[in-house]
Design a protein around this ligand. Structure first.
Ligand SMILES: [Zn+2]
Length: 178
């Protein structure tokens, strides 16, 4: 069985502020009835998402898969949010040239960031411009210390904007399948 996960990744939050920000977002989403304060449960599910789907979920999503892993998890700590089986291409943020994933060594900057939090640059083989490696993934990957992950929810843009406003930070919306 595949699992579809959408993540709202805060790319600005520091490790120190992630806990407080997570609490504020969870409190707001519980107040709005988007999530419930209790874990998602199901007879076939040993470890469901930490926050179950709430009665007003349709305010946040265009659609929801009616299957048991529905709900929200909060992830705190430096992490990479990729697209899983949905795949990706690389493209230069400067000249917009597209490359296949073998054309550049993108794993080294990702590993460096994961280990140290340092953002290094990738140099474009076409235009030679060095740009932050985090901007090269299409569809986008998220690199951050805080993320909200939604299982089998197909989010609305307005909801992603709402979470971004609650955080007062930029977010990256990552869609993945595993
Ligand atoms: Zn370029």
């Amino acid at each position: 069985m595949t699992t579809y996960i959408e993540s709202i990744v805060d790319t600005d939050a520091t490790l120190d502020e992630a806990d407080d920000l997570a609490r504020a977002v969870v409190a707001n989403l519980c107040d709005c009835g988007i999530i419930l304060p209790t874990p998602q449960t199901h007879k076939f599910l040993a470890n469901g998402p930490r926050y179950a789907t709430g009665p007003n979920v349709l305010n946040a999503v265009d659609a929801i898969n009616d299957c048991f892993p529905c709900g929200m998890d909060v992830s705190i700590g430096r992490n990479v949010y990729d697209t899983g089986q949905l795949g990706f291409e690389l493209f230069c943020p400067n000249c917009k040239h597209r490359f296949d994933t073998e054309a550049l060594d993108w794993t080294a900057p990702v590993g460096c960031w994961y280990d140290s939090g340092i953002v290094t640059h990738l140099e474009c083989p076409k235009c030679s411009a060095p740009t932050s490696f985090t901007k090269w993934f299409s569809p986008p990957f998220g690199f951050g210390n805080l993320a909200f992950q939604f299982y089998e929810w197909f989010l609305k843009q307005e909801f992603v904007d709402h979470v971004s406003k609650l955080l007062h930070h930029q977010v990256i919306w990552v869609k993945a399948q595993y």
